[in-house]
Every structure is written in structure tokens, then in C-alpha cells.
Design a protein around this ligand. Structure first.
Ligand code: FES
Ligand code: FES
Length: 161
């Protein structure tokens, strides 16, 4: 077992964890934060997305011990215009993917602002505003089984301005 301190949504929590425990399981089962969802548990769906020091990560692929003393943010700790925009644009149906979509979108908007290129642009032609194609590409790691993609893209585009 390893003694670690997880900092989540501004609060610190000391935990005794098996070094093999994923960050997702530690958040859900030890801290009771069930916003991050377990979809595939293998990095393919994005339902488990959280922010680590503002960067989006798949928490199912991260070990809790790796993220000791990093600043983790889950949907429970987020107040962001994207949340209202998702409601306004019907960016969800069952809601299973939604916390991951919103965490991922927050990380994605920060990446775009920092000039991180995507597969559909390069540094030279990075657009001022995010196009629909660009949003879809940058959000392609977050799947929605309900197919609410049009609303998700509209919500993100509105907030991206
Ligand atoms: Fe982590 Fe699917 S549960 S990517
Ligand atoms: Fe159901 Fe996305 S809203 S999986």
C-alpha cells in the first residue's frame, strides 16, 4: 500500500491506496466523486476525463499514486459557462458522457488558446476561432453513445465565441 495525498477540487485527502489503483477508481470509490464515469476503462471513450493541473487526462489510464499532490479537478468542482451551454443546446441525452465532455472541452479550449495545433490545422493556419471541424477533431477522444454530437459542438462553439 502507498500513502498519498490527493488534492481534488481544492481539498486535500490522505489515502492509503494500492499502487495499482487508477485515479478514476480512487476518485469514485474512495472519495465518492462519481461525476467521472467508467465507460471503457481502457482509454477509448473519454467518459472518465478530469483535469490535472488544468490539463485533460483519462483518469482510467492514470495511477492515483502518479497524481499525488497534483491539482485534480472533476465535474463536481467546476462552474463554467459550458454547463449552461450544454443544457441550452441539448448537448446530452442520458448524460453518461457529459462530465467527461465538459472537462475535456475546458482542457481543449485552454490548449487551443495556448496555440496547441490539432490534426486539422498546423501552426501556420491556426484559426482565430474554432471551426466546427476543429472542435470535432479536438473532441474526438470523447465518445457519446447517444449521438448528441451536434449539441455538444454547438455548445462548445458558443462558449469558444
Ligand atoms: Fe477512461 Fe473510457 S473510461 S477512457
Ligand atoms: Fe448519453 Fe453522451 S449523452 S452517452
Amino acid at each position: 500500500m502507498a500513502e498519498i495525498r490527493l488534492r481534488v477540487n481544492g481539498a486535500g485527502e490522505a489515502l492509503d491506496v494500492d499502487p495499482r489503483v487508477s485515479l478514476l477508481d480512487a476518485l469514485r470509490e474512495r472519495l465518492g466523486l462519481t461525476g467521472p464515469k467508467k465507460g471503457c476503462d481502457q482509454g477509448a471513450c473519454g467518459a472518465c476525463t478530469v483535469l490535472a493541473d488544468g490539463v485533460r487526462i483519462n483518469s482510467c489510464l492514470a495511477l492515483a499514486v502518479q497524481y499525488a499532490d497534483r491539482e485534480i479537478t472533476t465535474i463536481e468542482g467546476i462552474e463554467h459557462p459550458l454547463q449552461e451551454a450544454f443544457v441550452k443546446h441539448d448537448g446530452f441525452q442520458c448524460g453518461y458522457c457529459t462530465s467527461g465532455q465538459i472537462c475535456s472541452a475546458i482542457g481543449m479550449l485552454a490548449e487551443h488558446k495556448d496555440g496547441t495545433p490539432s490534426a486539422v490545422t498546423d501552426d501556420e493556419d491556426e484559426p482565430e476561432a474554432l471551426s466546427e471541424e476543429e472542435i470535432r477533431e479536438r473532441m474526438s477522444g470523447n465518445l457519446c453513445r447517444c449521438g448528441a454530437y451536434n449539441g455538444i459542438v454547438e455548445a462548445i462553439a458558443e462558449v469558444a465565441g
